[in-house]
Structures are given as C-alpha cells and as structure tokens.
Write a protein that binds this ligand. Structure first.
Ligand code: PMP
Length: 323
C-alpha cells in the first residue's frame, strides 16, 4: 500500500515476492525512516488459522509511525493486509506441528530526495515467511553478555519504537556478545549504565524464590513487547505477585548468587519464552538457578504456546481467526 500527501493510502495489492527497484536517493536509504512489526499466524489442529494479537501490533505500528514522523496506517488496513496475505499463502502455510507463519509488516520512506526532513511518500509492505518450530531440539537456556559499553536507547530517543535504527545501533553489541562466546546481548540503561533494560530482540523477566516475578518498566527506552504484556496478564491471572520495576545488574548478580532469584527468561514473538542460563560481563559471570530451564519459565512457555495454537482457552480474546 502506498501513501502520498495528496492521495493518502492507495494502491493496495498482493504480488509474488519480487525485487524492489529503488532510486539511490530514496529517503529510507539515507536517514533510516523505517518501522516494522513481527507477528505470527498459527494453524490449529482443526485446520483453522489464527493470528496472535494483531490489534496490539497494529497499535504499536501506529505509535512507531508517530515517533518517526510517518503517517499512521489505520488498524483495518494493517490487519486486513495481513489477513489477505495469509489467505493468499494458505497453500504453503506450514501444516507441520510446531510451525507457524512469520509476518513482517514494514513501512519505508519512499520519496526520492536528499534533504533531511520527513518524506512525503511512503510504502507499506508485508512479507510472509514460513517459520519452523523454534525449540525443535527442546528448550535450551541461552547465555547473555551484559553490554557495559554500548546502550540501545536513551531518554527521548526511539527505544520504544520498532524502527530499524534501534537494531542498527544494537549490532555492534550483539557482535561483541558472540565474540565473547555468548548467545545474546543484554542492554543496560544509557544514563546510569546500571538498570537492566532488554535483550537485542526480547524483553526480560526475573523470577524469585517467593514466587513473584519482575520485569523492567516501560520507561520509554525499551520496546513494549506484546509477549511481555501477555506474560504479565497470565501471571496476574494466576495470582502471582508481579512487579514492573527497575532491577540493577549488581542486584541481579547478588540475587542469583544468594539464591533469592531462581529463574530469568527472555520473551518475544520469535521464541515466545527463552530461559536464561548464564550471564557474563567484562569481569564477572554468574549462573541463573541450576543453569537449566526453570519451572515458571517452562510454565509460561507452555501456557502461551497452548493459547497461540488453540489448545487452551483464550480468555482475553488474543486469537484473531482468519477464515
Ligand atoms: N524488545 C525488542 C528490542 C524486540 O525487537 C522485540 C521483538 N519484537 C521484543 C522486545 C519483544 O517484543 P514482542 O513480544 O512484541 O515480539
């Protein structure tokens, strides 16, 4: 779907995937005026297909658009485009157990000019890609590298938006994490370099020996994850004590070492819930619990995937049937 100042949203179409030809002066190539989303469609045992919380992705996409001085795509067009694409791709939609269809809606500034200003033309697209089961060989705890040198976003920045620029800034830290032998990077806040924020592409949760759980608050520098929000609701439904409060790297280490903290996990659309086994920094390293997958972590993974796959009741109306 295209957008221009004179026509608004127009020219919606579905085409086979093809190369995009762009002028070298296309605005997005220079100033990264781009936003995206990620969500999944699941095939249920009865053959039906459902999206998981697309309304939440549509709302976040509008929030991201506002932050990046882009036009807001109405929710009907966002969800309608995805529905039309999933229907068109129904034939190769993964029927295999554990598979899903990953959907990547995104919008780029498509106007051709070299000045620094919001573009007057945009292109919204959705890519569909078959995703196998993330945990095929069973759930595996990941190791994290705490980045003390690089931050992902600061106050007043674009941390809460899902824009390509945030990921560009996180790559060097992710590269460092891999070089240090870890799976993923965890970012601290930009101001004090002390408060745990999120991973490169996932939010983070902490589980304590009194059964309570905690996650960093939405202070404007982290992405308001839809999986994070779903876990908070499931936890409150289950009567758990839930805190959305700052947690420092020093406290995390002390609590893991004393046994007060029993589990930590990351969450996001791709893997849903990922246990954290080891945490390392420049001059320290500690193990979370026994280094394996904790009970609470496994329970959230099972509960959420059961809802997504239509194998458990959906009390919050998170499933959006396509049919
Ligand atoms: N934080 C970041 C930086 C992410 O890229 C993602 C993935 N979208 C998340 C958190 C998790 O968000 P969600 O649960 O909506 O996938």
């Amino acid at each position: 779907i295209r957008w221009s100042e004179d026509k608004g949203w127009h020219d919606a179409k579905i085409t086979a995937r093809a190369t995009l030809t762009v002028d070298p002066a296309t605005a997005v190539l220079h100033y990264a005026q781009e936003i995206f989303e990620g969500l999944k469609a699941y095939r249920h045992d009865d053959g039906s297909v459902a999206l998981f919380r697309p309304e939440a992705n549509a709302a976040r996409f509008r929030d991201s658009a506002r932050r990046m001085a882009m036009p807001e795509l109405p929710d009907e067009l966002f969800i309608g485009s995805i529905e039309a694409l999933v229907k068109a791709d129904a034939d190769w939609f993964p029927a295999i157990d554990g598979g899903s269809l990953y959907l990547r809606p995104f919008m780029i500034a498509s106007e051709v000019f070299l000045g620094v200003k919001p573009a007057a033309e945009y292109l919204f697209m959705v890519l569909a890609s078959s995703a196998g089961s993330y945990w095929k060989g069973g759930v595996r705890p990941v190791s994290l590298w705490v980045s003390h040198e690089y931050s992902r976003a600061g106050a007043g920045g674009t941390g809460a938006a899902k824009c390509g620029g945030n990921y560009a800034t996180s790559l060097v830290a992710q590269q460092e994490a891999i070089r240090r032998g870890c799976d993923q990077v965890v970012f601290l806040d930009a101001a004090e370099r002390r408060w745990i924020e999120e991973l490169g592409g996932m939010n983070i949760f902490f589980v304590f020996d009194d059964g309570s759980i905690q996650t960093p608050p939405l202070t404007g520098t982290i992405l308001p994850g839809i999986t994070r929000d779903s876990i908070l609701r499931l936890a409150r439904d289950a009567g758990l004590t839930v805190r959305e409060e700052l947690y420092s790297i020093d406290q995390w280490r002390a609590d893991a070492e004393s046994g007060r903290l029993t589990e930590s996990f990351a969450c996001g659309t791709a893997a849903v819930v990922t246990p954290i086994g080891q945490v390392s920094g420049p001059d320290y390293g500690f193990t979370i619990g026994s280094g394996g997958t904790g009970q609470t972590t496994q329970r959230f993974l099972d509960a959420l995937t059961a809802i997504q796959r239509g194998r458990a009741p959906d009390p919050h109306g998170w499933l959006h049937a396509i049919g």
